[in-house]
Design a protein around this ligand. Structure first.
Ligand code: 5GP
Ligand code: ZN
Length: 137
């Protein structure tokens, strides 16, 4: 646990949160500034900042609970779908790993996640990029 981390403080019940799910390893609570009502954050109770720092034995339990919460949020909010996201360092405002589970409806007006798509400039660059990632695995 980090003494200065707000999500560690939520785990320790030192600051209030609307907790919707908890098990031995993870905690899910309403985001205080939701994109839409029902926007939930699911975090491992153990402090780490990013997905790559998450101990491997917590990956399975965390993502099983992401699936469970996604199902519950979609049902409870009568959503047509959902957006599941993790900010790793860039755009991450709370440095304790958390998965956003956001209920979505068609034409819900969410524009913050509009990413302009680009093409690779050549087939060689596609191959080269693939090689780099395969080599890093
Ligand atoms: P990030 O920008 O790190 O991906 O997301 C952090 C999220 O945490 C934001 O959506 C923000 O609204 C939420 N948040 C920040 N502080 C608190 C808090 O004290 N309580 C709760 N429930 N959510 C918080
Ligand atoms: Zn923490």
């Amino acid at each position: 646990m980090s003494d200065v981390c707000i999500f560690c403080k939520i785990v320790a019940r030192e600051i209030p949160a609307e907790i919707v799910f908890e098990d031995e390893l993870t905690i899910g609570f309403l985001d205080i500034g939701p994109l839409f009502p029902g926007h939930v954050l699911l975090a491992p109770k153990q402090h780490c900042q990013t997905l790559t720092e998450l101990p491997v034995d917590l990956v399975g339990p965390l993502f099983l609970n992401v699936q469970k919460l996604t199902r519950a949020v979609e049902k409870a909010m009568e959503a047509e779908g959902s957006f599941i996201a993790i900010n790793n360092r860039i755009s991450q405002s709370v440095p304790h790993l958390h998965v956003h589970v956001v209920p979505r409806k068609r034409k819900d007006g969410l524009r913050g996640f509009f990413w302009p798509r680009k093409s690779y400039s050549s087939p060689e660059l596609v191959k080269e990029t693939g090689e780099k990632i395969r080599a890093a695995l």
